[in-house]
Design a protein around this ligand. Sequence first.
Ligand code: FAD
Length: 646
Amino acid sequence: MLQSIPSQFNLDVASTAHSAPAILSRMLRIVTQLVFGFLALLALLALIPICPLPTLGRSTWWLQPFPWDATYDYVVVGGGTAGVTVASRLAEKGHNVALVEAGGTYEWSRPLSRIPGAATIGIGADVATASSIDWKFVARRVPGANYRDIHYPRGKCLGGSSALNFMIYQRPSEGAMDKWAELVGDVSYSYNETLKYFKRTIAFSPPNAESSRPDTPYNSSAFDSKGEPLRVSYPQFAMPFSTWARQGFSAIGIEEIDGFDSGKLEGHQFCAMTIHPADETRSSSDAAFLYSGRGLKTLSVYQSTRAEKVLFDSRLRATGVRVSGIWGYTLWAKQEVILSAGVFQSPQLLMLSGVGPRDTLLHHGIRPVMDAPGVGQNMWDHVFFGPSYPVSVETFSRLTQDPLWLIWQAANYLIRHEGVLTNPSTDYLAFEKLPQHLRQGLSPAVEDTLAWFPDDWPEIEYLAASAFVGNFSNPFFQQPARGQYGSIVTSIVAPTSRGNVTLRSRHAKDLPIINPNWLDTESDQKLAVAAYRRIRKVFQTTAMEAILTGPEYFPGLQFQSDAEILNIIRNTMMTIYHASCTCKMGMKSDRMAVVDHKARVFGVERLRVVDASAFPLLPPGHPQSVVYMLAEKIAADIINSPLLSQ
Ligand SMILES: Cc1cc2nc3c(=O)[nH]c(=O)nc-3n(C[C@H](O)[C@H](O)[C@H](O)COP(=O)(O)OP(=O)(O)OC[C@H]3O[C@@H](n4cnc5c(N)ncnc54)[C@H](O)[C@@H]3O)c2cc1C
């Protein structure tokens, strides 16, 4: 019989107990949350005056382009990570570009998102925690997660998911990019050839004397002094727990390396982040490209405007996009339409426009323009989970327990741009393939599956998180009432389970249905259990024992068998938000490929998909660097190609 999670863990936010101490502790918790809410409000008010004034191309945040039919050279749908990048690069070359974004500007509507230390607020597994700039996707009754409903955060604002993410900036291994090149039959995707596009977006600042880890190793040749405008640096404050985890990783045989931006991942180090070093605020695509005073004169930003469908002429050329803001109208494209609506909504928009699996289209009464069976299929993702231990160093847990400390940290952040709020709480990473001596449990079939991944593609990532993690339903407010907690969570970065996304209805306003299929394969399950055991080994090293103040707090060492550990994983796992590949890039001979090596949709003309959905594979680790790279590469391709005739 599998044991369930011990009841002392408040993993279900809605759970209640009726004893007097429980009621008292609940009341205390509510008071703490009210105090915190009040302080957060004060912090927000304090932030407003220091919010930059946006110069959104030729429009401003308050003055929008007129909401009626207009013609542009390019219409880009989705003002997220990729969309802002592509639209800005095209506008820099003088092209007339319309950027259509369903949300508004988070800098004004949710300034909290600018603070790295607030990154855990609003992105928990419980959708009730979602913020106003989130689409509020929910993956329902996920079998791999013991049939739990899991919130899938996605940014609904200029900046898209780069306005919500954890800001980790890290590039794929050489082998991963070379595999991409092989799958799409284009050597320009190899590691060496894509490096210039990775470098193009990034203005890098090494750790400086004021940071708490000035000696963090990094490889300056991974960056280019001409790169701009996205800011990559290191948080001013390094989490103390991470410095101990660093020793723990070394003790189990993982080597220390000089960062994760030079094509090699196996190793451990502090990670670089998309944080502006001048004021320690989030550098999203929006903050970097649209708010930094670049004032692109040929860029028109349509905020709070939802794309409904792409229009085609009789020769199957994309001619424009039907949108709805205050009312419906059409933005016509003289050259091309570019979909950058993200991993769930780019496939949705393709299907709404008649490009997708024929049966799905007919089922929803949509006239097929092109039967494209791969649209919405092949979804890759990473999940995370891991144990928590009580520790003697100061962690994020204290922010929710000690209002005075919170006030001090908020003031320190706002005035001096220092302290724990400069850090999203997870700042130390390690990657490895499961070591040879631990692979006996993997069947030959699993080893065969894993052989698909190149030699330098790690299977497991570890992330040192200075907080209690549990089931991540409400990460900020779920911290225990007393004590400091450190966790090491793991993510399976060579996943073999594949999910999909499909239409709920024929209307763009109805969010598509996500079926992530996490932990579906034996390979993912075996790696998950092995990685969990490996984390426990890290905590058992002499280095880590020095800061432990007690035994494993969650889930507890009574869970030891593979079946028990797998059950804990299913009860607590959460996506690490890396969904991709739902409009995968590939060769024409691959019927499931949706776009070619230039991100052009097969079977129609003048339509591209440029965002995480167009990845042919999900490289190991964190994908935002790859999204920026792809956007830069395709923008360069468009800029260097002759204009299309009318
Ligand atoms: C909570 C969280 C944490 C993460 N942490 C990290 C991390 O630390 N490091 C990392 O590398 N990656 C991280 N990621 C992943 C990374 O941020 C995403 O992979 C990346 O931002 C995706 O970029 P995109 O351009 O594909 O989509 P998005 O950035 O999501 O952009 C899609 C845009 O399209 C808009 N849109 C959608 N439909 C329509 C429509 N019909 N009409 C108009 N507009 C529309 C959306 O509002 C959005 O602005 C994280 C993601 C999340 C959500």
